[in-house]
Write a protein that binds this ligand. Structure first.
Ligand SMILES: [Zn+2]
Length: 137
């Protein structure tokens, strides 16, 4: 919004929540199967990124999903309540998106990455789908 020419102090007082949303493909329930995390995936992801995920799921591919392994989509949200003084200050002072995100993370923001990994853990989507979100972060 600051990029749109709105004064930073107005953004800090008017905005309570910033939401980022992405969509991931949902694993087909008909052919869902558990798969161990491959060494390549483990290597690609840092230990901390895995968040203790031991196994993931994928769709094998069946009639119901046209052999794709996916059926439908699931949203991934990032929600950032702007209520702390620090957060308001960094926005008021015209901090960059990166600076704002740093403060928000320090205050416990659940990022798109956190959210998509919990979807992987719950078997809603595949690690492959999550990797695309993580890579775009
Ligand atoms: Zn299927």
């Amino acid at each position: 919004m600051v990029d749109m020419g709105i004064e930073p102090y107005l953004v800090a007082s008017a905005v309570k929540l910033v939401i980022a949303q992405r969509l991931v493909r949902r694993i087909c329930a008909e052919c869902k199967e558990e798969v161990p995390i491959s060494p390549e995936e483990q290597e690609e992801l840092h230990e901390s990124t895995l968040n203790g995920i031991q196994q993931t799921f994928r769709g094998k591919g069946c009639e119901a999903c046209n052999k794709t392994g996916y059926r439908g989509r699931a949203p991934v949200f990032e929600v950032m309540p702007i209520k702390s003084k620090d957060l308001k200050r960094v926005i008021t002072e015209g901090g960059t998106e990166v600076m704002v995100a740093q403060v928000a993370r320090r205050e416990g923001l659940r990022t798109l990455k956190d959210e998509v990994l919990s979807l992987v853990n719950a078997g809603v989507t595949s690690l492959e789908e999550a990797m695309e979100i993580i890579a775009s972060e």
